[in-house]
Design a protein around this ligand. Sequence first.
Ligand code: IMP
Ligand code: MG
Length: 179
Amino acid sequence: MTQLFGKPLVTQEAMRTRIKELGRDITQYYQHKDLVLVGVLKGAFMFYADLVRAIRLPVTVDFMIVKSQLRGNTTGKVKVLTDLTEEIQGRDVLLVEDIVDSGLTVQHLTRQLSKRKPKSLQVCALLSKPARRQIDVNVHYIGFEIPNHYVVGYGLDYQQQYRNLPYLAVLDPKSVEAP
Ligand code: IMP
Ligand code: MG
């Protein structure tokens, strides 16, 4: 699988270093708060597992399974397949996303979660593609801003493949069918 990809766009080493920094920032901000870390699956699973271990605080873990894209392109429709198991009213929620692209998913999820009256609601995304933004969403913690390429690995997929690649790579359009 790895031979499909050339140089990583973000190496495992760079990922580790940046996630430690994010963990430190989050630890500082959420001191004495009731942190609920909400992972958006499937894409965020690997990032989430590393991030939660970089946070030195008591934390409640929870997840949502969301479908927000069709064959590599965002559809603009966001479907919640599995909802949270925890009540978030009055609690400090941090939404953990793999990537903010158009911004539609983050907008949809923050609107839905706000209705449940959390005490606070912030967003942490491993990646952001500013060139693709359609909606000006507020992302409080960003791992890396990346150029406008379709990326895979470290949880991110192309047609449900490549999520297990341990680093982030640009998908080579020549190696797969066009989306
Ligand atoms: P949105 O356009 O900001 O709503 O992003 C929707 C979702 O599309 C993200 O949460 C990702 O799961 C997926 N996505 C966007 N860009 C990429 C990419 O380059 N690689 C893999 N998945 C992506
Ligand atoms: Mg996602």
